[in-house]
Design a protein around this ligand. Sequence first.
Ligand code: ADP
Ligand code: ADP
Length: 235
Amino acid sequence: TALIEMRDVSFTYAQADRRALDQVSLSVGAGDFVGVIGPSGAGKSTLAAALSGAIPHHFTGELFGSTLVDGQDTCEVSLTDISHVVGSVLQDIDTQMVSSVVEDELLFGLENFGVAHDQIEGRLARALDTVAIPDLRKREIATLSGGQKQKVAIAAILALRPRVLVLDEPTAALDPASSKLVFETLRTINEDEGITVVVIEQKVALLSEYCRRILVMNEGRLALSGTPHEVFAHG
Ligand code: ADP
Ligand code: ADP
C-alpha cells in the first residue's frame, strides 16, 4: 500500500503566472527509494514542498488535487502531524540548521519535537551512528566539510524518526566522492532503518546506482516514471 500518494496535484505559487506542478499523480510505496530528476524550474522543489506539507501549510498559492501521506490528506492535518511522517532536508541546509555544534543541532530538533528526555540520548547517538559521524558529535558545524554538514542535516531529521525522508539535491554542492558517501548513507537509512527515501538529484550515475525508481519532472509535469533502466534507456 502507498505511503505517499499524489492525485492530480496542480499548484501555482501566488503571483506566478504558470503552474509549478501540473496534474501530478504518483504513489510511493513504503520502503521505496525514489530519485527525482529534471531541469531547473521543472517543479522538483515544489514536489518536495508538497510531500512535506510546506504546500499548503507554508507556501500560498492555488492548489488542486490531493496529497496523502500515510493515508492523511496534507490539507486536513497540521504541519506538525505531517512532520512526524515526512522529514525533509532542504536544498539550503545552512538556513535549515540553527545550531553551531553538531549535537546541539540534533538536540534542538528532538526537544522541539517533544521527545521524552530519557529517549533523547539514544536517538541522538543512533542517528549519528547511522550516518557514520559519531566522531563529529562535539564539532562546530562551521568547521565541517560540505559532505559532513549534509550528514549532520540528515542525522538531525533522522533522529525525529520520520517514515519518509525527502531530500532536495543533497549533493548539489559536493564533489563526486562526498556525493557517493551521502548516497551510501541514504542506502543505509533505506535498507537498515526501513525509511522510505525520496531524493532530488541531478547526477544520473548516482540515481542509477542507488534508486529503485526514478521520476522525471519537466515543466511541472511528471514526464516519466520507471526503474533507472527503463528511464535512462530512453536517453
Ligand atoms: P532550484 O531551481 O534549484 O529549486 P531555485 O533557484 O529555483 O532553486 O529556487 C531557490 C529558492 O527560490 C527556492 O526557495 C524557491 O522556492 C524560490 N523561488 C524560485 N523561483 C521563485 C520565484 N519565481 N519567485 C519567488 N521565489 C522563487
Ligand atoms: P526545480 O526544483 O525543478 O528547479 P521549482 O519547484 O523550484 O523547480 O520551481 C518550479 C517553478 O515554480 C519555477 O517556475 C519557479 O520559478 C517557480 N517557483 C518556485 N518557487 C517559487 C516561489 N516561492 N514563488 C513563486 N514561484 C516559485
